[in-house]
Design a protein around this ligand. Structure first.
Ligand code: NCC
Length: 277
């Protein structure tokens, strides 16, 4: 085992899942007109200049955190779904580089994916799990929510956009990494949350990731999201997604030296990418 594997086993497991976006050259998309919708650009520009990244969970306990300024100091800021910054800048910051969105958000009319300003001028990584063990061809006809139609509309409307689809096989590989970490405690066969998928997608591009209010801090307040009043602990601890297992694994990846202070007082998990695998 390499040094990194001994000291960051869970981080290596997450890296090994190889969570990625689909590219034009990937079969079967290299043979399908649909594949030509994928951007030619890389997921991020100037990857060599990326030093620090922040991932902002949508947790209710971000309310009142005053972490906005800290979040905005990062080179890349990742957010989820339709989580707003407007009106919440003091707590969550105002910078957004990339949004990871699930296929419900891409398809349901209420989110207006193809028009809403919140999805414009940021990188988009959209995902849908498809069937476990399904082929990519199957996925195109049996996604949980048909994200392809609106993806196509969006890409045709904004040809310069950086909007990508996450490889569903890589989502399930991440699920397998999670199951590996959980050992003999079986986790439900539902895909990881957008938060965990986002972490796995970002880590290969970023030497240091600060994941904000993912492992709940002492601000824990029972609210689902910082942007709504809804009370629901399942948002924090999971019901459908294997969220509790994800958070235990993420906590195991934490490298902050003052870990109790960072994680539980400030709500910040610091994860370093292993130098090599
Ligand atoms: O709520 P959601 O998640 O959009 O949150 C984004 C990510 O933040 C982390 N989170 C959120 C709330 C909380 N109290 N604690 C947290 O740690 C999680 O990592 C979460 O992934 C999703 O993962 O895509 C999810 O999306 C929502 C919903 O589809 C969208 O918000 C659009 O309305 C799902 N809720 C429902 O379907 C009702 C949620 O299960 C997962």
């Amino acid at each position: 085992d390499s040094f990194e594997e001994q000291y960051y086993p869970s981080t290596c497991l997450v890296m090994e899942a190889g969570v990625r976006v689909l590219r034009r050259k990937d079969p079967p998309f290299n043979k399908l007109p649909f594949g030509r919708l994928f951007p030619r650009q890389k997921l991020f520009r100037n990857i060599k200049d990326i030093k620090t990244c922040a991932i902002v969970s949508s947790a209710g306990s971000l309310a009142g955190s005053k972490l906005g300024r800290f979040i905005d100091t990062h080179d890349i800021v990742m957010r989820f779904n339709h989580a707003p910054t407007q009106g919440h800048e003091v707590d969550v910051g105002s910078k957004t580089t990339i949004r990871v969105v699930n296929s419900q958000v891409v398809t349901k009319p209420e989110f207006d994916f193809t028009h809403a300003p919140i999805f414009r001028n940021v990188t988009i990584a959209a995902w849908d799990p498809g069937k476990y063990n399904g082929t990519l061809e199957d996925w195109l006809t049996s996604a949980d929510y048909d994200l392809f139609t609106n993806y196509e509309i969006y890409r045709r409307r904004y040809p310069k956009s950086r909007a990508f689809l996450i490889d569903p096989h890589s989502v399930w590989r991440l699920w397998q990494s999670l199951q590996m970490f959980a050992g003999n405690r079986p986790i439900s066969r539902n895909p990881p949350s957008s938060g965990f998928i986002g972490l796995a997608l970002l880590l290969p591009h970023c030497p240091q990731v600060d994941f904000v209010e993912y492992v709940p801090s002492t601000r824990l307040n029972g609210r689902c999201h910082y942007y709504s009043k809804e009370m629901n602990s399942a948002c924090t601890f999971g019901s459908w997604h294997p969220l509790a297992a994800e958070k235990l694994m993420a906590l195991d990846m934490n490298m902050a030296e003052d870990d109790d202070m960072s994680v539980f007082q400030f709500g910040i998990l610091r994860i370093r990418r292993p130098d090599k695998l």
